[in-house]
Design a protein around this ligand. Structure first.
Ligand code: CO
Length: 216
């Protein structure tokens, strides 16, 4: 059997098992979704949002890219964010990084790896902001793991810098932003940062939303 055929076969077994457990399972699923969480994670195959949080289909709206980045010109991320915040009305947005992230590790080197250089440039810019702290860590893996944490915190900030988040904060006092990091070696999620409507955001990045009325 070819490897991809196994996926299709396993899918049939899974669908059958779900129906056996709950005959209305797929009818319910087909009716719609109202997830409470938007997850912005790394594409790494070892960090599947639902599995590591023991969640079910329908519970988490997911966006993944290399190194869980929030890039303000990324139409894909911004479309997901706007839909999740304004249509699904998620209560929480979670940026989840992970230790030993290949994207972050590559960004700390001078490797020329083609197109992805441009994506990882965003991490290099974060590296420059925290150069003193990072360069003081001699061990490369330890330095990369600290960069993973700092990178998650920067991505939470990048969310707060969007008018999508600022408008939702003004209108509805949500969502709460979270920065988490996942340990590949122990399977544990660690909370690094939270940010909500009342937290400090550099005025440089605050938009004038005085024309927006808070929702009753
Ligand atoms: Co990664």
């Amino acid at each position: 059997m070819k490897s991809y055929e196994k996926l299709l076969l396993e899918n049939k077994a899974w669908a059958q098992e779900m129906v056996e457990r709950n005959p209305a399972y797929f009818e319910r699923m087909a009716e719609g979704q109202s997830p409470e969480f938007l997850w912005i994670g790394c594409s790494d195959s070892r960090v599947p949002a639902e599995d590591i949080t023991n969640s079910n289909p329908g519970e988490i709206f997911v966006h993944r890219n290399v190194a869980n980045m929030v890039v303000n010109t990324d139409l894909n991320l911004l479309s997901v964010l706007e839909f999740a915040v304004n249509v699904l009305k998620v209560k929480h947005v979670i940026v989840c990084g992970h230790y030993s992230c290949g994207g972050v590790k590559a960004a700390l080197t001078q490797q020329n790896i083609g197109l992805i250089n441009k994506w990882l440039r965003n991490i290099k810019d974060n590296y420059r902001l925290h150069r003193e702290e990072l360069d003081a860590i001699e061990d490369y893996d330890a330095r990369a793991d600290r960069m993973v944490e700092l990178n998650v915190q920067e991505q939470v900030m990048n969310l707060a810098k969007t008018s999508i988040i600022q408008a939702a904060w003004k209108r509805e006092q949500r969502p709460l932003l979270h920065g988490w990091v996942y340990g590949l070696k122990d399977g544990i999620l660690k909370q690094l940062a939270t940010m909500g409507p009342d937290d400090h955001l550099d005025p440089i990045y605050r938009y004038d939303l005085s024309d927006l009325e808070p929702e009753a």
